[in-house]
Design a protein around this ligand. Structure first.
Ligand code: TYD
Length: 139
């Protein structure tokens, strides 16, 4: 059963004079096996990413460089997380609508995902999300 709430995860870091090394091990530091890693970079000012939910995919989002905001809507309310540390990730459960914006210049957004790419897992229509999220919590 995947976790149900978004949460911030502090990743272990090996701090050395040579630099810091942060670690993400699937099933150890995050509650899922890693199926895919991707990252977004060269993000122009004013851009927004995301704007969708996933039916089953679990993700960890990390600001590897710079900072940005992640707005998470669970179908009822929205919470905004400001990510600005390479050692802290935001866990996003399935069925949460996410929008990312306010990227600083040179920022890099790392996403660690539980599965490979599957367009059928996306909900890109806000009305469809409301229907499916509402249906999930209905008595
Ligand atoms: P999308 O997930 O909509 O981007 P974001 O949520 O970060 O704004 O993906 C953008 C495009 O890239 C879309 O056409 C799907 C494609 N894509 C892949 O082919 N494979 C992937 O692993 C991802 C994440 C996206």
């Amino acid at each position: 059963m995947p976790y149900q709430q978004p949460s911030l995860v502090r990743l272990p870091v090996m701090e050395e004079p040579r630099g810091d090394l942060a670690i993400i091990e699937g099933g150890v530091h995050i509650p899922f096996a890693i199926g895919r890693v991707y990252y977004i970079y060269k993000i122009p000012g004013g851009a927004a990413r995301g704007g969708h939910a996933h039916r089953t995919l679990q993700q960890l989002v990390v600001a590897l460089a710079g900072s940005f905001d992640v707005h998470i809507d669970n179908g009822t309310s929205t919470v905004t997380y400001h990510l600005d540390r390479a050692h802290t990730g935001l866990l996003i459960p399935p069925m949460h609508w996410r929008t990312l914006d306010s990227f600083t210049e040179g920022s890099v957004c790392l996403v660690v995902a539980s599965d490979g790419y599957d367009e059928a897992d996306y909900i890109r229509d806000p009305d469809e999300f409301s229907r499916e999220a509402g249906g999930r919590t209905a008595p």
